[in-house]
Design a protein around this ligand. Sequence first.
Ligand code: C2E
Ligand code: MG
Ligand code: MG
Length: 583
Amino acid sequence: MAATPSHTTVAPARAVDRAAGHLLLVEDNVGDAVLVREMLRTALHDRFEVVHASRLSQACERLEEGGTACVLLDLSLPDAQGLESVTRVRAAAPDVPIVVLTGLDDERLAISAVQEGAQDYLIKGRVDDHLISRSVRYAIERKRAEVQLAHQALHDPLTGLPNRTLFLDRLALALARVQRRPSAVAVLFLDLDRFKVINDSLGHETGDRLLVEVAARLSAVLRPGDTVARFGGDEFTILCDDIDGARDAITIAERVGEAVAAPFVLEETEAFLTASVGIAMADEPDARAASLIRDADAAMYRAKEKGKSRFELFDAVMRARAVERLEVENALHRAVERDELQLHYQPIYDIATRTIVGVEALARWRHPVRGLLMPEQFVALAEETGQIVEVGDWVLRQACLQHRRWRRERPDAPPLRLSVNLSARQLQQKSLVADVACALADTGMDPANLCLEITESVVVEETEAALQAIEALRAEGVLIAIDDFGTGYSSLRLLKDLPANMLKIDRSFVAGLGRDAQDTPIVQTVIRLADALGLQAVAEGVETPEQLAELVAAGCGLAQGYHFARPAEASVISRLLAGAPQL
Ligand code: C2E
Ligand code: MG
Ligand code: MG
């Protein structure tokens, strides 16, 4: 309870309030100046000290010293005429409000001055105490609101950092300047690793606090002239102006990475973050702001692919890759129409009986120039551009049609399960369930024989969308498999809540069976976990008899891998299904 002590000296009501600043009266006519000064004194009860300048140059010098609350500006001065005065005052002190003073016959000029950025105007000879006091107060308030709005429009409300708009503006300015200087400009694109997971597990409030702290750390390790902006959710961009070259940019990237990696102390716990940083240098004379950011972003993705706490410099190789990606993207647009996509199928075996119980459809692209492309060469890209939705729908329908052909070839055989991969993007699609139902109806596919595979990391990152979609698909009678299990950090709670049917153990764990001391117990535990949750376990990527033996010992029911059969065209699978010897 900090009660105000009674002996505090309270300033007399009429004393000059120094914190409020001074009013700067710019007027060359001595008579007018005396009049205005006197009115200000009575009207504002001496709240402001009044400083007088009779020339604009003098006024600008005073403005640069600071402390001016408002300028009262005569528009005809010996060293400046008309609107020029307003422009020069604004250049000297952009945040100081201006009230223009004009003669009776000059009201139009006064209005132009307001359009140029003055806050209000007064007509000499028509002013009284009341009017002048109202005008000064109004100008101060209006300017305050203008400054605040301008700040809000250009800053991120959470961290207070410049936003994307301001960053692009500063970058464009820096690029214009660099043409006239021997120095270099670098853009760093920083993205926090796995922030979404942290955000979801610790809560959004904590996530916000972490972002604020990251912003503060970034600002602290940069030079005052550099700009750090919040570009989006967990993305920050840094503009390093006037550096010597790529080496400097790398040093900054290292510093920034270390700043993010230091532990964050929260109330009950600590959090650890890492960042991936991409660097792009403006080394071409006509570098454009947008393409520089795009390059830095592409380099950041490279850094992320390589692992945590890494940075990557955008270079000629990446430029070539970016061009290639663009070509692939364009070509993919027509791949579906031109019938260039194709499906291979890989059998899934029941380990105990050694029979095929299902097949997984895997997309291939017969590129007219580049030959047979594997999913890793185009699926991620199709995902980014959204083309995966169209591709995915084609895959599903094509696979269902093939399934029907197999059924007709062997009408008495036990049902064959068809597995089709779903991408994150498809999962976000509102129409997913309707699209799947439609494909099933059009192709006469029994939903009970269709299994849609969703990668574990997608389930973790898109929990809401995934849960909803999975529930709706299950309601349609379709089966669900969690693909690449073990790579996605899902919680036991999430697994328990997921109405899935199968768990596919990622092949990286299967690869270590019998070789890696840790992989064997991991695989055993996952199989037991699947059992406990009522899910069928499928081992992916089984390549050797040793791995198979370990899986048998661990009680794994289903397996898929080169040891049994490689993915192959439908006709090859037909022969396998008919009991022909394996490849
Ligand atoms: P996935 O769903 O985990 O598919 C299994 C991948 O493992 C396939 O790679 C398959 O060829 C490979 N594989 C199978 N057995 C072995 C083995 O014994 N050893 C090794 N080293 N690899 C084995 P593929 O065909 O290159 O597909 C890669 C990934 O691309 C798939 O992983 C899946 O996530 C994605 N994908 C494939 N087709 C589609 C599709 O139509 N739509 C979507 N969204 N994704 C697809
Ligand atoms: Mg799969
Ligand atoms: Mg998999």
